[in-house]
Design a protein around this ligand. Structure first.
Ligand code: NAP
Ligand code: GDP
Length: 319
C-alpha cells in the first residue's frame, strides 16, 4: 500500500485554497492516514527562500498543491505588472525548488487562462500556452505563470520529478477578494451591486460588458484539483474549465448578479475603461477525456450561492 500523503496547500487562505479545504475537510475528500496543511502568508512569505525552506522543514510534505500567488483583477494588473512578475517568479521558484530539494513526490501548481497568447485561434488548448505574447494588460503575471510550466518540464527532464499544473479559467466563489478596485470581475461586481442596493444608487460595470468569460465555481475547481493531485499523471498541464458553450458575456453575468441580489436600480457601463481581453475561450477537451461526466454547478446557481455567502459574511469578507 502506498504511504499516506502529507499535503501542503500554499495559498490555503485564499479563494481556491478555501475551496480545496472545504472539499477535503467537509466533503469527505480526506482519506484515512492523510494529513493536510493549509498555509497563508502569515505562516511563511513565500517570496522569501529562507521562510519557504523553514515551512517545508516544519511540515515535511510528500505532496504540494501550490496555489499561493499575487492575484488580482484586470485593473490591478494594469497598475502593477512589475510586482506581479517579480513576486510570482520568486514564489514559484522558491516553492518548486524547495519541493525538489526536500523530495516532494508531486506538486500541482496553478496557471491561468489569462496567460494564453493574445493573438491566437480559438479555442485555446494546453499545447498553445507559449505560442505568442500574452495580452499587454497582464504580461507580468502571465510570463511568471508560464515559467511554472517550463520549470515543471525541466524538473522532469533533469530529475524525473512529476510536477504538473492546472489551468483554471475565471474562478469565483465564497472567500473571494470582493475588493472593488483590485478584485476579479464577478466579486467586484457583487460588492458594487450590494452597496448600490444598500445606498439606492446606480451600479457601474467597467467597460462595455461585451467580453466573454468561462466562469468556474471555486468548489467545482477544488474537487478537480484534488482529483488532479490523486489521479492525473501527466507533466503537461490540464485546463479546468466549463464547456465552451457555457462562456458568457460580462453583461449576462451581471444580469445574474442583479437577480441574485434583488437589485432594482440602474446598471451603467463605463466604456472609457478597458475591456481587457475580449475573450480567451479555452477547450476543456482534455478534461472531458479524463472526466466525461464531471458536472459543473450551473452559473446562475453558483452566482446565487456566492451572493448569499457574501451578504451573510459581509463583515469578515475581503472587501
Ligand atoms: P487569492 O484568493 O487572492 O489567494 C491568494 C493566496 O496566496 C492567499 O492564501 C494568500 O495568503 C497567498 N499568498 C499571496 N502572496 C503570498 C506570499 N508572498 N507568501 C505566501 N502566500 C501568499 O487567490 P486565488 O484566486 O485563490 O488564487 C489561487 C491560485 O489560482 C493562484 O495561483 C492564481 O494565480 C490561480 N488562479 C486564480 C484565478 C481566479 O480567477 N481567481 C483564475 C485562474 C488561476 P494571505 O491570505 O495570507 O494573503
Ligand atoms: P480577466 O478575466 O483576467 O480579464 O480579469 P477580471 O476578472 O478582472 O475581468 C475583467 C473583465 O471584466 C474586463 O472585461 C472588465 O472590463 C470587466 N469588468 C467589468 N466590471 C468590472 C469590475 O468591476 N472589476 C473588474 N476587475 N473587471 C470588470
Amino acid at each position: 500500500m502506498a504511504a499516506p500523503m502529507r499535503v501542503l496547500v500554499t495559498g490555503g487562505s485564499g479563494l481556491l485554497g478555501k475551496a480545496v479545504e472545504h472539499v477535503v475537510l467537509k466533503e469527505g475528500g480526506k482519506l484515512e492516514g492523510e494529513e493536510w496543511v493549509f498555509l497563508s502568508s502569515k505562516d511563511a512569505d513565500l517570496t522569501d527562500l529562507d521562510q519557504t525552506k523553514a515551512v517545508f522543514e516544519r511540515y515535511r510534505p510528500t505532496h504540494v498543491i501550490h496555489l499561493a500567488a499575487k492575484v488580482g483583477g484586470l485593473y490591478l494588473h494594469m497598475r502593477e505588472n512589475l510586482h506581479f512578475l517579480r513576486d510570482n517568479l520568486k514564489i514559484n521558484d522558491n516553492v518548486l525548488e524547495t519541493a525538489h530539494q526536500t523530495g516532494v513526490t508531486k506538486v500541482v501548481s496553478c496557471l491561468s487562462s489569462c496567460i494564453f497568447p493574445d493573438k491566437t485561434t480559438y479555442p485555446i488548448d494546453e499545447t498553445m500556452i507559449h505560442n505568442g505574447p500574452p495580452h499587454d494588460s497582464n504580461f507580468g503575471y502571465s510570463h511568471a505563470k508560464r515559467m511554472i510550466d517550463v520549470q515543471n518540464r525541466a524538473y522532469f527532464a533533469q530529475y524525473g520529478r512529476r510536477y504538473t499544473a492546472v489551468i483554471p479559467t475565471n474562478v469565483f466563489g465564497p472567500y473571494d477578494n470582493f475588493n472593488i478596485e483590485n478584485g476579479h470581475v464577478l466579486s467586484a461586481l457583487m460588492n458594487k451591486t450590494y452597496k448600490a442596493k444598500k445606498e439606492g444608487t446606480p451600479v457601474t460595470v467597467c467597460g462595455s460588458g461585451a467580453p466573454m468569460r468561462q466562469f468556474v465555481y471555486s468548489l467545482d475547481l477544488g474537487r478537480l484539483i484534488v482529483w488532479v493531485l490523486r489521479e492525473y499523471d501527466e507533466i503537461s498541464p490540464i485546463i479546468l474549465s466549463v464547456n465552451e458553450e457555457d462562456e458568457v458575456r460580462i453583461r449576462d453575468a451581471m444580469g445574474m448578479i442583479v437577480e441574485a441580489l434583488g437589485f432594482e436600480g440602474e446598471v451603467r457601463y463605463d466604456t472609457s475603461l478597458s475591456d481587457g481581453q475580449i475573450k480567451k475561450t479555452a477547450s476543456n477537451a482534455k478534461l472531458r477525456r479524463y472526466r466525461p461526466d464531471f458536472t459543473f454547478t450551473p452559473l446562475r446557481e453558483a452566482i446565487q450561492m456566492t451572493c448569499d455567502w457574501f451578504a451573510a459574511n459581509y463583515d469578515s469578507a475581503r472587501t
